[in-house]
Design a protein around this ligand. Structure first.
Ligand code: PMP
Length: 428
């Protein structure tokens, strides 16, 4: 038995399912989670000393690759001054100014510790500001695990086939309405049936928790117009897309601007960080200025801020990162597309920038139903083959592939060679 297997057996006795977040479990792909010891650039190494080219990147934040020296040094320097004060620090001001500088839709921002907290808080602001209770979300979008968002959710819930959680009250779930992604007709109907009652529409502007699904046919702009016509706030959950699809996130890429934006892990460079922000009059509703209460002992933690500031400053000073991400992603997904054609594989690819997904269904995949039609058994085989070839993919079909600035041509060529061996072997 390898060390990872032994640790997993030990872990299962003390940690539910042996993991501290369900998306880390390898259950749906019939494998044992690898326990990771270290990471450098595009490569991670497990406790058995096996290295993998990593396409998860801690689920997004390692945009510059693992253990980037600039971020590591910033963290060490900050830690030398003390780990937490629960008091105001200069780094929080720097961070707020950086985020507002990148995102013109954000006048004010509040730091929290995770994407879940960011979303939960943004929803509270929307309800507080509008005096309305109902929220509309999209099937297959995941917005963290606050009660209101555990309805028709993607990511780990989708993989486990439940899409809703036990322990959420009926009252709470009743205030969360859902519509299929990209389905404006249903959204319009929901608006009509709930006149004056919808506080907010929340959406991943590019969905990345049911695999990757792109907004089609000006969907985001049409949502914006519907929200405006109904006094409903539009929340973009940019936990995945913010700073990944470009310095100004999905909103800049699509030219559609929300009232409130949520961020997560990526703005912490790997440290536990989240944030929500938006127009001044909305954010002025937040305590201690306003009546929407929201707090956090470790919010704006100086070590986490140092990592985030280092990552965001690096992106500001190195805009070429985005060109590199785009060209690497083009090579990888362009190469996969060639393989799909060459081997006549019943697969579909969705990609934007450095975010993409290979679906084991002919597609097209434009919503939750389409994603659900994927052959998860085939994905599991593909996953195990790739893992055995030193390629670390998401251990579930309904997750994204994340490319970092550290991925070089050699990594992509090795990945494509492994994928070709898989498709070739299935043809026989
Ligand atoms: N929103 C989105 C779009 C996410 O992808 C995630 C997590 N992957 C969250 C919110 C929740 O973030 P966290 O896991 O940091 O609570």
């Amino acid at each position: 038995m390898g060390k990872s297997e032994a640790l997993f057996e030990q872990a299962k006795r003390r940690i539910p399912g042996g993991v501290n977040s369900p998306v880390r479990a390898f259950g749906s792909v019939g494998a044992t989670p690898r326990f990771i010891k270290s990471g450098s650039g595009a490569v991670i190494t497990d406790v058995d000393g096996v290295s993998y080219i990593d396409y998860i990147g801690s689920w997004g934040p390692m945009l510059l690759g693992h253990n980037h020296p600039v971020i590591r040094e910033a963290v060490i320097k900050a830690a030398e001054n003390g780990l937490s004060f629960g008091a105001a620090t200069e780094s929080e001001v720097t961070m707020a100014e950086l985020i507002c500088g990148f995102f013109p839709s954000i006048d004010m921002v509040r730091m929290v510790n995770s994407g879940t907290e960011a979303v939960m808080s943004a929803i509270r602001v929307a309800r507080g500001a509008t005096g309305r209770d109902k929220i509309l979300k999209f099937e297959g979008c995941y917005h963290g695990h606050c009660d209101a968002m555990l309805v028709s959710a993607g990511s780990g819930l989708m993989t486990s086939g439940v899409s809703a959680s036990a322990g959420v009250t009926a009252g709470c779930a009743r205030d969360t309405l859902t519509a299929p992604y990209n389905d404006l007709e249903t959204v319009t109907r929901i608006f009509d049936r709930n006149k004056g009652e919808l506080a907010a529409v929340i959406i991943e502007p590019v969905a990345a928790n049911m695999g990757v699904v792109l907004p089609e046919d000006n969907f985001l702009a049409k949502l914006r117009a519907l929200c405006d016509a109904n006094g409903t706030l539009l929340i973009f959950d940019e936990v995945i897309t913010g700073f990944r699809l470009g310095p100004g996130g999905a909103q800049e890429r699509y030219g559609v601007y929300p009232d409130l934006t949520t961020f997560g892990k990526i703005i912490g460079g790997g440290m536990p960080v989240g944030a929500y922000g938006g127009r001044r009059e909305l954010m002025e509703q937040v305590s201690p200025l306003g009546r929407v209460y929201q707090a956090g002992t470790l919010s704006g933690n100086p070590v986490a801020m140092a990592a985030g500031i280092a990552q965001l400053t690096y992106l500001k000073e190195h805009p070429e990162v985005y060109e590199h991400l785009e060209s690497s992603a083009e090579k990888l997904f362009g190469g996969l597309q060639v393989l799909i054609r060459r081997y006549d594989a019943p697969c579909a690819l969705n990609r934007i920038g450095s975010l993409g997904c290979l679906f084991f269904t002919p597609g097209p995949v434009r919503d939750y139903g389409g994603a659900k039609s994927a052959d998860t058994g085939a994905y599991a085989e593909y996953f195990r083959h790739m893992l055995g070839s030193g390629i670390y993919l998401a251990p579930a079909q309904f997750e994204a592939m994340f490319i970092s600035d550290a991925h070089q041509d050699a990594h992509i060529e090795k990945t494509l060679a492994a994928a070709e061996a898989f498709f070739g072997s299935r043809l026989k």
